[in-house]
Design a protein around this ligand. Sequence first.
Ligand code: FMN
Length: 248
Amino acid sequence: MTVYMRRRDFLKGFAGLFLSIFSSAFFFVEKARARKLNGNVQERKRMKLPKPKTHGDVSLETAIKQRRTIRSFTTEPLSLEQCSQLFWAAQGITEDRGFKRAAPSGGALYPMDIYAVVGENCVKGLKSGAYHYDPKGHAVSLVSEGDLRNKVASAALSQTWMAAAPLNILITSEYDRITGKYGNRGVRYAIIEAGHIGQNILLQSEAMGLGAGIVGAFDDDKVRRVVNIPPNHEPLLILPVGYKTEGL
Ligand SMILES: Cc1cc2nc3c(=O)[nH]c(=O)nc-3n(C[C@H](O)[C@H](O)[C@H](O)COP(=O)(O)O)c2cc1C
């Protein structure tokens, strides 16, 4: 009886041990597989941008003198290098220690985000969709698929000319990042910052031989929905960018 019980306990213990080793192994294999799958999705959606230039052929004075709000664009696509340069001018990291950005920010709190709506066959190397710019990695991540330009133009009180631009850059603010320190005044600082970023985009466009418009007239919620912007990111400006139509 005792021998029989010892044998039964041993078998029970052995089976339990086997089951727990097997289930742990299964758990780790599944976790690794999920991580790999997720990693692939991230990789597919995220794209590192070419290194931006810090020298150009057009002087700052010429860019300021020539800049005009452009509302008519050709269908010529932009290059990935041009897009990279525009995102860098907007919010790229410009400090060697990797913190401060291309535009000034109250308290260096950087409450702003850059999104971009790319049309079909509009930027070589980028499929159509809406992208979010990551300044630290100088990379973009796809947040919404498809050519959304008509929807963005219609959310901007049907300013249909915007849909002809290959690229529409959006400047948004997450006010919480700055109101924690400055209270309501932080909202004012963020809106001022949007102006700085907008001007950088306008001048960078001009310096690259492109034209850009600036749009403040739009329905915030519609724009948020179309571009897939989080509810706490307030869209403040949209800048349509592309090659100017001849004569402009
Ligand atoms: C905050 C802001 C919002 C604007 N919103 C629009 C807009 O919704 N649609 C538009 O066609 N132009 C818009 N503009 C562009 C102005 O109409 C333009 O800057 C003005 O006519 C001066 O012309 P310029 O930019 O060519 O010097 C906006 C400009 C600013 C600064």
